[in-house]
Design a protein around this ligand. Structure first.
Ligand code: ATP
Length: 359
């Protein structure tokens, strides 16, 4: 019996360089059975190379790939029981949808009845059963994506690797296919790694998100924690939008304060080191406009500002206010949005402020 507590996959100190440049630079991660994780990061940070190393299409220069406790660096891709959905889907154009999905199971020598069952099951799961006899060239992008997913699932891999699974779809389709993908992962219970540069995709689909930066993992955390408590400036900037205040912790009027350069001064949290330069961030959606005559709630921070810009976004309105010499963006939903030039009071709940060391 496999040990359920043992990670299904471990990467241990992986290094992979191309012409002296390290695409992966000492990367370690661990994945439990049934988990879905995302590798999230900007273009060129090493996400796809990491997937290729896991799948066995690229050999690491150093480090170990461990599947269920066994080092598999030397195992060929087809000996790893890993399913891969490539970014461009890579369907065989000359094969029907049925034969595309049947390809893996047939290659593994399964008998015709089992192959048929597998194709039925996985084409059904992605709602493509009725298109089994069509060719990829006659399918829409979303349909091709589903067939490619069925093909990756049909070998019933232990681990499913999805490289930018939704990037070829337009914005509207992406949302609905994302929901379907989530349901399919839940229904099959397959352990999944998603590579994406799209934070919404990572946050909405994963149990944990691993933010990659220059071939390393900067933070490995559940989505909510990643958003609320980013480990450093890179993560805070990459995940979500923030207002940034640069400043330092110093004494003023007998209290320890955070003094933003050109911006407001407010009480500093106790854990911050004195004198250290720090960045403070606050998400636009956490800031509220005070109603006329409203008293500031206990412990909240209040900033007087002048509206410098109002942008209608549909559901929300982005209102930017100048606070001393700093522009602070907020998202508001009021029907009576103040006009440019109006005086406003911004209310900031104290637990919505985040602080990171200056990189
Ligand atoms: P993207 O989102 O743009 O696909 P990524 O995060 O997946 O980016 P990788 O494709 O893993 O990044 O590439 C990481 C770095 O390694 C990049 O600088 C890339 O140019 C380089 N690289 C990747 N594959 C090769 C290769 N076969 N030969 C040379 N350099 C490569």
């Amino acid at each position: 019996m496999p040990d359920k507590l043992e990670p299904i996959l471990k990467l241990d100190g992986i290094v992979k360089a191309f012409g002296g440049v390290r695409a992966i630079d000492g990367l370690s991660l661990s994945l439990r059975e049934g988990e879905t994780i995302s590798l999230l990061g900007p273009s060129g940070c090493g996400k796809t190379t990491t997937l290729r190393v896991i799948a066995g299409f690229a050999a690491p220069d150093a480090g170990r790939v461990v599947l269920r406790g066994e080092t598999v660096n030397k195992r060929r891709p087809y000996e790893r029981n890993i399913g891969v959905l490539f970014q461009d889907y890579a369907l065989f154009p000359h094969l029907t949808v049925f034969d595309n999905v049947a390809f893996g199971p047939r290659h593994r020598g399964l008998d015709a009845a089992t192959v048929y069952q597998r194709v039925e099951r996985y084409l059904g799961l992605v709602h493509m059963g009725e298109h089994a006899q069509r060719f990829p060239g006659n399918l829409s992008g979303g349909q091709q994506q589903r067939v490619a997913l069925a093909r990756a699932l049909a070998t019933e891999p232990e681990i499913l690797l999805l490289d930018e699974p939704l990037s070829a779809l337009d914005a509207k389709l992406r949302k609905s296919v994302r929901a379907e993908l989530k349901a399919i992962i839940a229904e099959t219970g397959v352990t999944t790694i998603i590579v994406t540069h799209d934070q919404e995709e990572a946050l909405s689909l994963s149990d944990r998100v691993l933010v990659m930066n220059r071939g390393r993992i900067d933070q490995d955390a559940p989505p909510h924690e990643l958003y609320r408590r980013p480990a450093n400036q890179f993560v805070a900037e990459f995940v979500g939008r923030s207002n940034w205040l640069r400043g330092r912790v110093e004494m003023a009027d007998g209290a320890r304060t955070f003094a933003a350069v050109g911006g407001p001064r407010f009480a500093a949290p106790a854990h911050l080191p004195d004198g250290r330069e720090i960045m403070c961030f606050v998400r636009p959606e956490d800031i509220r406009l005070a109603a006329p005559g409203e008293t500031v709630p206990d412990g909240w921070i209040a900033w007087n500002g002048t509206v410098s810009d109002v942008t209608f976004l549909g559901q929300d309105i982005e209102l930017t206010a100048r606070v001393e010499e700093v522009d602070i963006a907020t998202l508001v939903r009021t029907r009576e949005t103040p006009k440019t030039g109006a005086e406003v009071l911004l209310l900031v709940p104290p637990d919505s402020l985040g602080f990171v060391e200056v990189d």
